[in-house]
Design a protein around this ligand. Structure first.
Ligand SMILES: CC(C)(COP(=O)(O)OP(=O)(O)OC[C@H]1O[C@@H](n2cnc3c(N)ncnc32)[C@H](O)[C@@H]1OP(=O)(O)O)[C@@H](O)C(=O)NCCC(=O)NCCS
Length: 90
């Protein structure tokens, strides 16, 4: 929860929980302006197994991209665990 790329500090980082009512359904680690000023970096994104493959993950990312575009972020980079085909496909 505290991991950061080099030359970034906690002001650049958002560790976000997405809720359906009281229930946590997704978690995202977002680093702003990395590796450059027009890119946001998602170091970690996971949806709860009970709602996976229902379009919610795609919806969260689409909403995020719309919001980021409004503040001048034109690219989003996603990190995933190598050899995880589900994550790579996503
Ligand atoms: C990868 C993940 C974030 C996608 O979120 P999601 O809410 O399931 O995403 P969606 O339902 O919007 O599906 C997105 C795509 O992933 C595919 N997908 C989701 N779950 C899948 C599964 N279990 N097996 C195969 N494909 C799957 C969907 O078919 C869809 O593909 P499409 O766009 O070609 O139709 C989520 O499944 C997850 O957290 N997985 C486990 C953790 C993980 O691997 N995290 C690393 C991601 S960087």
């Amino acid at each position: 929860m505290n991991a950061l790329p080099q030359n970034k500090d906690m002001q650049d980082k958002y560790y976000i929980g997405y809720y359906d009512g009281e229930r946590l359904i997704a978690v995202m680690d977002l680093i702003m302006d990395f590796p450059d000023e027009t890119t946001a970096f998602i170091g970690f994104f996971m949806t709860d197994v009970s709602i996976q493959n229902t379009g919610i993950g795609s919806g969260i990312i689409e909403d995020l991209c719309v919001c980021l575009a409004k503040i001048g972020i034109s690219k989003v980079r996603l990190g995933w665990v190598k050899d995880n085909p589900q994550a790579e496909h996503f």
